[in-house]
Design a protein around this ligand. Structure first.
Ligand code: PRT
Ligand code: MG
Length: 242
């Protein structure tokens, strides 16, 4: 009888590899931080080009540490906005995060990001259809803006000289103008269908967004021999797919 793979009571070999996965990181072991969903899905082909295959699916597994075909490379699955923090503190050697997330984090302790050209979207200002954004801005009214991206939004409106009261949200920004929480939102737009479904329109395009590969500065020095060929292969694959 074969034991279910998820109950920790696997074969001897399973137990050894599980132990290796949970052991404190070794100098020659690499930890990659990814978030579930689009970042994971769009990073997988790039990893494959570097010879790394994640052997479990984060959508069906409850594990937060996933093994790969390379015993010295493991993947941790965390919230998108936590990726820079894990990499900054060296809990992950490298990770993939959106430019939106990296701008909010500030980039401390992270080595020069490589643009992977994946998870592409744009950061925009949107308002309810019918709201006269141009006049509100022209008249110097104080705009209430709901967003997850406080720093980027603050910089954007400050550069334009627009007075804003920023309201921090953690998700579903689209609801803000519909229930009178805010006049506008700053959020990611990809197909535009979420805005349309909620009677919102884009009134300003702040910047193009794509996901970046970020590397812990110390790891790049200490683990360069193992890390650099992987970074180069991912970079080549990203350019080839772009
Ligand atoms: O979901 P969670 O709160 O855990 O975190 P997250 O939303 O940051 O993670 P995730 O996985 O949704 O997004 C990860 C990264 O993907 C983001 O940091 C962006 O860099 C990038 N990305 C690309 C997007 C989108 N496209 C996107 N469409 N992030 C979010 N969206 C959302 C947007 O916020 C809006 O609610 O999708 C909706 C709009 O999509 P359309 O297609 O209807 O326009
Ligand atoms: Mg999301």
């Amino acid at each position: 009888m074969s034991a279910p793979t998820d109950n920790g009571a696997g074969s001897g070999a399973d137990i050894v590899s599980q132990a290796a996965m949970f052991a404190r990181p070794q100098l020659d072991q690499l930890t990659l931080a990814l978030s579930k969903g689009r970042i994971f899905e769009e990073t997988v082909p790039l990893l494959k080009a570097a010879g790394i295959e994640v052997t479990e699916d984060p959508e069906t597994s409850r594990k937060l540490i996933l093994a790969t075909n390379d015993p010295l490379v493991r993947v941790i699955i965390i919230r998108a906005s936590d990726v820079p923090t894990y990499v900054q503190y060296g809990a992950a050697d490298f990770g993939v995060a959106g430019k939106d997330v990296l701008l909010e984090h500030g980039g401390e302790g992270l080595y020069q990001p490589i643009d992977l050209n994946i998870a592409r979207c744009r950061m925009s200002v949107a308002v309810q259809n019918g709201f006269d954004y141009a006049s509100a801005v022209r008249q110097g009214a104080r705009l209430r803006v709901a967003t997850k991206y406080l720093l980027t939004a603050r910089n954007h409106f400050a550069a334009k000289g627009v007075h804003v009261d920023l309201i921090k949200l953690y998700g579903s920004m689209e609801l803000g103008p519909l229930v009178g929480l805010s006049d506008a939102i700053v959020d990611m737009v990809s197909t535009g269908s979420t805005l349309r479904a909620n009677n919102l329109i884009e009134v300003e395009h702040i910047m193009e967004i794509s996901a970046r590969l970020v590397v812990n500065q110390a790891a790049l020095k200490m683990k360069r021999a193992r890390l650099q060929p992987i970074l180069d292969a991912i970079d080549r694959a990203a350019r080839a797919l772009a």
